[in-house]
Design a protein around this ligand. Structure first.
Ligand code: ISE
Length: 335
């Protein structure tokens, strides 16, 4: 039957997921919405048939209409919700970050291991973007030989208020961390961060842009230009440099026009537009897998490994040094 989903957290991503499950996704419906803001969840639930508002995630999970959980609350709240979902053996789609640090991510990993089967798909949605999927496919086929380097660019028009240097790593570069591990199929072993001359568009205390360098287990090098106040739009690019060629995605797609004033296209204003298809595909694939009783996509191991690299990244920002990534051994469940 139709999967009843509890959407936990109704901020920017949570409310987008409510709309997505309600309008776009097949095989699922929003059975419950949860937020600490009671008036907000009531207003959302009032607009959706058969949807119950809650302020407590655990109460929502105990609602018999709920068969799966989508976690889109702030990162520090994820661990408690994940552990409660494990207790009820409920399938979970958890927005990134899995948890805010490696230690708590490892606790979640141990809890899922104890459960004995995977229950979580982590919201690294770039793995569901059509361009990234093509690049991954071709790299896996060896279409350009063996990959040696990746050049990434990650630009946001502006950052939300209160954005910090650590958030540049934990919220933004975390996507390049996941993409690197996924495309190259190996772990990141060290991180360095360089601070170019900053833009005057960045808020006080934020050094923007930053240049982030990863080394991987086999000695590949990956650079990322992270620029969260570029001012003009949202752009994500990835170029793989391989032994027999290079391949690049993310040059803006869409309509290419010739007009009196020149040639070209438009730049997406934000990640909701640029990655709309990826978010849709991510949630649809999660619903489909869940209804088959399966789990796919980025795992708790991927969430933990990303958290460990983020921690090294923040230390690299603070010290100016090359910081080695410390990783627990990969459990059999995730091999
Ligand atoms: C945000 O949280 C995201 O996940 C976006 O993909 C990223 O581009 C942005 O920088 C983050 O703040």
């Amino acid at each position: 039957g139709t999967l009843g989903v509890a959407v936990i957290g109704t901020g920017r991503m949570g409310s987008d997921h409510v709309r997505r499950i309600d309008d776009v996704i097949s095989g699922a419906r929003v059975a419950a919405v949860v937020d600490i803001d009671a008036a907000r969840v009531k207003a959302i639930a009032d607009g959706i048939e058969g949807c119950t508002p809650y302020t407590d995630p655990v109460a929502a999970m105990d609602d018999p209409a709920v068969g799966a959980v989508l976690i889109a609350s702030p990162g520090p709240a994820h661990e408690a919700t994940l552990l409660a979902a494990f207790e009820r053996d409920l399938p979970v789609l958890c927005e990134k970050p899995l948890t805010p640090d490696a230690e708590s991510a490892l606790r979640v990993l141990r809890a899922e291991e104890k459960l004995g089967h995977r229950r979580v798909q982590v919201g690294f949605m770039r793995r569901y973007d059509a361009d990234y999927m093509k690049l991954k496919d071709r790299l896996d086929q060896g279409a350009y030989g063996r990959p040696l380097m990746l050049h990434n660019k990650h630009r946001n028009p502006n950052c939300p208020p209160g954005f910090t240097n650590a958030m540049m790593i934990n919220d933004s570069a975390v996507h390049e961390i996941d993409v690197t591990r996924w495309l190259l199929d190996e772990e990141i072993t060290s991180v360095r961060v360089l601070f170019p001359k900053p833009t005057d568009k960045a808020p006080e205390g934020l050094s923007d842009p930053q240049l982030i360098l990863f080394e991987t287990a086999s000695g590949r090098i990956v650079d990322t230009e992270l620029f969260v106040n570029c001012g003009f739009g949202y752009q994500v690019m990835c170029e793989a440099v391989c032994t027999d060629g290079t391949a690049r995605i993310g040059d803006n797609h869409g309509v290419f026009a010739n007009t009196a004033t020149g040639w070209g296209g438009t730049i997406d204003p934000g990640f909701e537009d640029r990655f709309a298809d990826a978010y849709d595909r991510q949630v649809q694939r999660w619903v489909d897998a869940t209804r088959r009783g399966e789990v796919e996509g980025p795992s708790v191991w991927d969430g933990y490994a990303a958290a460990a690299v983020c921690e090294a990244g923040v230390r690299a920002q603070e010290t100016g040094e090359r910081v080695t990534v410390e990783l627990a051994e990969r459990p059999a469940l995730y091999r």
